[in-house]
Design a protein around this ligand. Structure first.
Ligand code: SF4
Length: 158
């Protein structure tokens, strides 16, 4: 899932995500769906009773706020073993907590990709210029006690 510094979107068929079901995508196509927003690296609060999930701007300790990317992506499981590797096979169980703008969640819900998505614009920066990414917007989970996370809830969809 997201946050690789170098998402390979070269040579992909035009609007492939509209032509193939998620489970039929190649690995490159699957990885290219990630818009690089970094929002899946934010801590969430889940209401035990309603199951509602709220996104906070309290970031995983591995997230680099300046880039909006995981600072240890290839070896992140050494530090954060619970970090999910999203795949077509486990999307059904995870889509509900993914950010509302996440491409995997949108396609899983049968929706279109937004017009700022790098696959649509051809520009990896478009997610940042659209103000959708976490770049420069997070606080550290080390410096923010969990009891205060409620004060850091961010309103989706952006
Ligand atoms: S929320 Fe979705 S689109 Fe954004 S970085 Fe995570 S996996 Fe990629």
């Amino acid at each position: 899932m997201g946050n690789d510094t170098d998402i390979d979107r070269a040579g992909l068929a035009k609007r492939f995500w509209e032509k193939k079901p998620l489970k039929k995508l190649s690995t490159q196509e699957w990885e290219a769906l990630c818009d690089g927003c970094g929002k899946c690296c934010l801590n969430k609060l889940e209401d035990e009773d309603s199951g509602e999930v709220a996104l906070t701007c309290v970031a995983c300790r591995m997230l680099d706020d300046d880039t909006g990317l995981c600072s240890q992506y290839p070896i992140r499981h050494q530090f954060v073993p619970e970090c999910i590797v999203l795949k077509p096979e486990n999307l059904d169980s995870h889509a509900y907590w993914m950010p509302q703008t996440c491409a995997y969640r949108l396609l899983w819900e049968g929706k279109s990709l937004p017009n700022w998505h790098p696959l649509v614009t051809g520009d990896p920066e478009s997610v940042h210029t659209a103000g959708v990414s976490v770049r420069g917007r997070t606080v550290s989970e080390f410096e923010t006690p969990m009891e205060e996370w409620e004060d850091y809830i961010i309103e989706e969809p952006v």
